[in-house]
Design a protein around this ligand. Sequence first.
Ligand SMILES: Nc1nc2c(c(=O)[nH]1)N[C@@H](CN(C=O)c1ccc(C(=O)N[C@@H](CCC(=O)O)C(=O)O)cc1)CN2
Ligand SMILES: NCC(=O)N[C@@H]1O[C@H](COP(=O)([O-])[O-])[C@@H](O)[C@H]1O
Length: 255
Amino acid sequence: MVSKIYCRQKAAVKALVCRGKVENNDLVGSDSGELNNDSSRKNLAVFVSGGGSNFRAIHEASMEGLVNGKVTILVTDKPGCGGAVYAREKGIPVIVYPRRSSVPEGLSTSDLVTSLRKYETHFILLAGYLKLIPVELVHAYPKSIINIHPSLLPAFGGKGYYGIKVHEAVVASGARYSGPTIHFVDEKYDTGRILAQRVVPVMASDSAEELAARVLHAEHKLYVEVVVALCEDRITWRPDGVPLIQNKGNPTLYY
Ligand SMILES: Nc1nc2c(c(=O)[nH]1)N[C@@H](CN(C=O)c1ccc(C(=O)N[C@@H](CCC(=O)O)C(=O)O)cc1)CN2
Ligand SMILES: NCC(=O)N[C@@H]1O[C@H](COP(=O)([O-])[O-])[C@@H](O)[C@H]1O
């Protein structure tokens, strides 16, 4: 039965390849892109727009066996970005999204959802992806899309707050602390439920670049910790809607 489903899905992905929708060298069947037949491991779709250091941290943790999941597709609006280059080197299928006049090979949202389903995606991880995720995709993956933002939300978040702009605003504000936030994604920028944060100091002498480097280091650790918990089904929701992470060593402890 599984083999029949697998063949059907492989044919469907081939159809998307024929329509130039999925890069041919990333066709289903590569080690990292093969449809997952290991039912216990979670399938992760990572979305990037830039260098992809968070994506690489997650992929490396997955390859080392720290994460009960694997990166099965990389989605990007910038097919030449560092994250896409890394994905191709590792044999991970790359999907371009969204379709724009400047990027005609990009998928429509409905085609993207079709691809995500064909790859049996469990979770979508935004890691430096700079486009708004449309409500159709948010609704297609309820409580299954998370994002990392390089400030302590709700401060310094929302439209216009991305990349170095965030750290420039933090330094200019005189804030003494900053740090990464991981949150569930809703239909607006950075307003989804906060799942995890880490605090780093802002030094009086910090440039935006120095602060960015300190926060990014904390991001890599935090994102891997959160993805480990996500793939071990250790996320639970408080009655008031706040998501919590169950401590691995002490299941009665949540944070
Ligand atoms: N529906 C959602 N989509 C996305 C979210 C989200 O929380 N909900 N998070 C962003 C990531 N992000 C902050 O973490 C973010 C990214 C980009 C922007 C922004 O202002 N973008 C510019 C365009 C930038 C570009 O294309 O180079 C804009 O919209 O004018 C703010 C926050 C990912 N998607
Ligand atoms: N608002 C979204 C945003 O600013 N995201 C930030 O983009 C960077 C991507 O780095 P990476 O490509 O090396 O992971 C990260 O610092 C991430 O928090």
